[in-house]
Each structure stands twice: as structure tokens, then as C-alpha cells.
Design a protein around this ligand. Structure first.
Ligand code: NAD
Length: 496
């Protein structure tokens, strides 16, 4: 059995922990690896390696740090296909989708290559007589990232390229469900020539996370995962005096206005609702057509598309969506479909009981479509994280907007319309962090920043882009006066 290793101080090391969990291939239901849950000592060793590497790395000129990133970027591009295969094997997403994930991760590395200009700082001459001010951004030291299963390569790369380019060293605790892709990426990172200890990876569960949250040498925590854990990480990490950014779950709505192109809206909902089997924090899980006629037309367009959805393993190049991550998650999603039906929603397409031929033990759920969902139902209120799209009919635009604003989550949202006035007002007023106008999944590019509102995000900073640079650095402002001022004698008042 393949044992997933840690990576500490430039070496792959096998954990001595006897506490081990299986890793599965969700397409077949077979176990593909075993993952030791690292002990407190092993996590401490990773932090110690990062701490030892931090001073020299922080003092390395930004231009030189960027050159390592350029090499890393090249290697990622050369091995994108291998990384994508590794993702699909343990996550289950299609190869093309996994390649898209790698591409979005690479974009953050490209952003990090520009770190010399991003860290340039501000300078003001003559803020007072013979007084100059420099505002500089310094690295924090050791920072850590804790990541979810749904983007095993990309979400870690939202964090460490920026953190490391800023001069920090990093400890990554990836998801225990698909740990191999981040290890392959770590191999490429080492091959790029970064000094040992700059990036370390420890696998584990709550114990490893708590050890990082409480560790006095870890100065900041980046977390992405479900909302209850994000909130827990935020509270425990900030209690320990750390900077924390913790991104949580989502329930993303897409408004379809009566003037929208219904075919385009339906196609957008197919990709955004069912891509990656709905296991995306930016997936659209609620369609909100405005008016009964719009709703009837939209559901009529969606039904045949959902019925025709090709579900299968990543090895099938025709598959448009793969299995869910685990048997437990498959059961949870099936449970939500049962609940929705019992609560009285209209089950237009039922994905229960589906498995591709020859893959009966895989964790599949077919594309599922509910109509006439109401806001009191659990399938509306909670994040399902599966291929289940709910249609909630709104009588007018205001009702649609009020519904979105009242939801506890505020990660992403979209409006499909031809009307500039409605689109502009929506973008301005909606209480959601990432907004798409005729764009169903408005994930910001790497040189902007990613982040939701409300219970989709805890902490003040978004991930990557300028927000990432601010999160991973602290401001130092230096005020300098050279002889000519002080030689006249002591000054006891603010200069005016
Ligand atoms: P999860 O919360 O179960 O796990 C995330 C990480 O937290 C993992 O590394 C896990 O080992 C760790 N963890 C789990 N339980 C813990 C506990 N009790 N104490 C400490 N650490 C713990 O999330 P998941 O199922 O891997 O990922 C899916 C979730 O992530 C969804 O809710 C999805 O919306 C969310 N997500 C959000 C974003 C975003 O940007 N907002 C992006 C991707 C995924």
C-alpha cells in the first residue's frame, strides 16, 4: 500500500504515526493509499524547519525569490498533465477540469513572480523639515495553510506562492482525502531549487490543525474549508494571537432575469451547477428565475440538459462530471435529495441510484434538478456540495435580491440579463463578495483577490492578489531625519 509521506526540511519523510486513514479512488471505491495522521512532534518538526529557514529566506532579495518562482512556474507547466492525473485519481474530477484547476494555481505563481514590484513600498520626501518616510512591508516569519479536498492543488497554491514570495516560510496541512497532488507539487517546488524548509507539508487531522493553531512560532493561518471549521480555526487562531484568514462554505445564487438568453443561462447553470459534481465553493446551487414565465422556460431548458449529463470516471474522456469524494459524502448528498422530496420540492431530474457500468462501487450521484424549492427547506438553506441544483422562483427582481441578501452565506453570485441598469444595481447592492454579470462563476483572476462575505469568510483579507500580499506581510513605517534638525536641540512638541 502506498503510504503518503510528509515533507519536512527538504526531505520526504514517512510519518511514524500508527494512526492511519485510508485514501480512496472515488471512481472505483478502491483504497489507493494510506495516510498517517501526523503527531504533535511531527507537526512541531515541520514548524521548526520553517522557522530555521525563515531568517535567510526573508533576507533574500525579492528579485532572487522571484527567480525561484519563475523556475517553479516552468516546472508546473511542464508537469500540468501529471498533476491533473494525480488530482483526478483521488478527487474524481474529470481530467480537463483538473487541468483547469492546475492552470488557476499556476496563475497565482505567475502573480508571485512579480513580487519585487508588489513589495516596492511607499516613500514620501520632506514629510517635515528634513524628514522622510518609508513604508515597507516585511514578512511575518512562519505561516501555515490548511486546505480542503475540493481543489487539492489549487487552493494550497492560492496561499504559499504569495506567502513565500513575500519572504515567509510555510507549513501546509492539506486535506487528508486527496493528499497526493500537493505532494507532487511539493516535489516540483523542491526541484525549482528553493532552500530546504521554505515549504513543508504535514498530513493530519484536527490534532495537526490544532497544533498549528496553538504554535507560538506560527504567525498567521490561512484556512479554506467548511464554515463550522473556518469559524473554529478563526476563533482559536486569533485567540492565540495570530493573523487568520478563514474562508468557509457557500450557497451561490444565480438570478435569471426575463430578458436573459435562456439557452445561455441554462448552459451556464449546467457548468456552474454540475461541473466538478457541484463540489466547488463557487458552484451555483440555486437558480432564481424572475417571474413564472422565466421559470417555466428555464426549467424546460434545464431538464433535458441535466438528463443528458454524462457522469463517469476521469478515465472516460466523455465524462462531464465525476463521482463525489467519499462514500460518506455520497450518502449525505443522497440524504439531501430525500429531504427535498419529502419537503415538497418538485424533483424534476432524480440522480439517485446512478452508477456508470463497471463502476458500481464508485461514489456517484447523477445530476439532480429540483423546482419550486422554498427558502425554508434544508436543500435551500444548507450547502449540499453535490450535483443538485435548486430552482427557487421569485416573483420579481426585489424578491430575488432580498433572498440572496438574507442567506447566511455570501461567497459568489451572478445575474443573467441584457439590462445594464439591473446588472449595475445588482453588482452594487448585493451582499456577496464575488459577483458575476452574465458570468456564472466569477472567480477573480490571480492579480485580483478572492473572498466571500458573511459566513463564507472570517478575517479581514481575501486570498492571493494584493490582499494576499497584505495578509502575508506587516507594515513597517520608517521616519528618518538627518542632521540639521536635531542639532538645534531637543524638540518636545509635534512639528506643525
Ligand atoms: P473541511 O472543513 O471538512 O476540511 C478543511 C480542512 O480542515 C481539512 O484540511 C481538514 O483536515 C481540516 N479539518 C476538518 N475537520 C477539522 C476539525 N474538526 N478541526 C480542525 N481541522 C479540521 O472541508 P472539506 O470538506 O475538505 O471542503 C469542502 C468545504 O470547503 C465546503 O464547505 C466548501 O464550500 C469549502 N470551500 C470553500 C472555499 C472558499 O474559497 N470559500 C474554497 C474551497 C472549498
Amino acid at each position: 500500500m502506498n503510504i503518503v509521506q510528509n515533507a519536512i526540511n527538504g526531505q520526504r519523510v514517512t510519518s511514524t504515526s500508527s494512526n492511519r486513514v485510508p485514501v480512496f479512488n472515488p471512481a472505483t471505491g478502491e483504497q489507493s493509499a494510506e495516510l498517517p495522521l501526523s503527531s504533535v512532534d511531527e507537526v512541531n518538526a515541520a514548524v521548526a524547519a520553517a522557522k530555521a529557514a525563515a531568517p535567510a529566506w526573508g533576507d533574500t532579495p525579492a528579485l532572487k525569490r522571484a527567480r525561484f518562482m519563475f523556475r517553479f512556474n516552468e516546472l508546473l507547466n511542464q508537469h500540468a498533465d501529471d498533476i491533473a492525473r494525480e488530482i483526478s485519481k483521488e478527487h474524481g474530477k474529470t481530467h480537463d477540469d483538473a487541468l483547469g484547476e492546475v492552470a488557476r494555481g499556476i496563475e497565482v505563481v505567475e502573480f508571485a513572480c512579480g513580487i519585487p514590484s508588489l513589495l516596492k513600498g511607499d516613500f514620501s520626501r520632506n514629510v517635515g523639515p528634513s524628514v522622510d518616510t518609508v513604508a515597507d512591508r516585511k514578512p511575518l516569519g512562519v505561516v501555515a495553510g490548511i486546505t480542503p479536498f475540493n481543489f487539492p492543488a489549487m487552493v494550497p497554491m492560492w496561499m504559499y506562492p504569495v506567502a513565500i514570495a513575500c519572504g515567509n516560510t510555510f507549513v501546509l496541512k492539506p486535506s487528508e482525502r486527496d493528499p497526493s497532488a500537493p505532494m507532487l507539487v511539493w516535489d516540483l517546488f523542491q526541484e525549482a531549487g528553493f532552500p530546504d524548509g521554505v515549504l513543508n507539508v504535514v498530513h493530519g487531522d484536527k490534532l495537526a490543525v490544532d497544533t498549528l493553531l496553538d504554535h507560538p512560532d506560527v504567525k498567521a493561518i490561512s484556512f479554506v474549508g467548511s464554515t463550522p471549521i473556518a469559524e473554529y480555526v478563526y476563533k482559536r487562531g486569533t485567540d492565540a494571537g495570530k493573523r487568520v484568514q478563514a474562508l468557509g462554505g457557500a450557497k451561490n445564487h444565480m438570478i435569471v432575469m426575463p430578458d436573459a438568453d435562456m439557452d445561455k443561462a441554462a448552459d451556464a447553470l449546467m457548468g456552474a451547477g454540475y461541473g466538478s459534481a457541484g463540489e466547488r465553493c463557487m458552484a451555483i446551487s440555486v437558480a432564481v428565475p424572475v417571474g413564472e414565465k422565466t421559470a417555466d422556460a428555464l426549467v424546460a431548458k434545464l431538464k433535458p440538459r441535466v438528463e443528458a449529463l454524462k457522469v463517469g470516471p476521469a478515465t472516460d474522456s466523455d465524462a462531464e462530471m465525476g463521482p463525489l469524494i467519499t462514500k460518506a459524502h455520497q450518502d449525505k448528498v443522497l440524504g439531501y435529495i430525500d429531504e427535498g422530496e419529502k419537503a415538497g420540492a418538485e424533483l424534476v431530474v432524480d440522480g439517485r441510484g446512478y452508477a456508470p457500468q463497471g463502476y458500481e462501487e464508485g461514489y456517484y450521484v447523477g445530476g439532480t434538478l429540483f423546482d419550486r424549492v422554498t427558502t425554508d427547506m434544508s436543500i435551500y438553506k444548507e450547502e449540499i456540495f453535490g450535483p443538485v441544483l435548486s430552482v427557487v422562483r421569485a416573483k420579481d427582481y426585489s424578491e430575488a435580491v432580498d433572498m440572496i441578501n438574507a442567506h447566511e452565506y455570501g461567497n459568489g453570485t451572478a445575474i443573467f440579463t441584457r439590462d445594464g441598469d439591473a446588472a449595475r444595481e445588482f453588482a452594487d447592492k448585493i451582499e456577496v463578495g464575488m459577483v458575476g454579470v452574465n458570468v456564472p462563476i466569477p472567480v477573480p483572476v490571480a492579480y485580483h483577490s478572492f473572498g466571500g462575505w458573511k459566513r463564507s469568510s472570517f478575517g479581514a483579507h481575501g486570498m492571493y492578489g494584493p490582499e494576499g500580499v497584505h495578509f502575508y506581510t506587516r507594515l513597517k513605517t520608517i521616519t528618518t531625519r538627518w542632521p540639521g534638525g536635531i542639532k538645534e536641540g531637543a524638540v518636545f512638541t509635534f512639528p506643525s
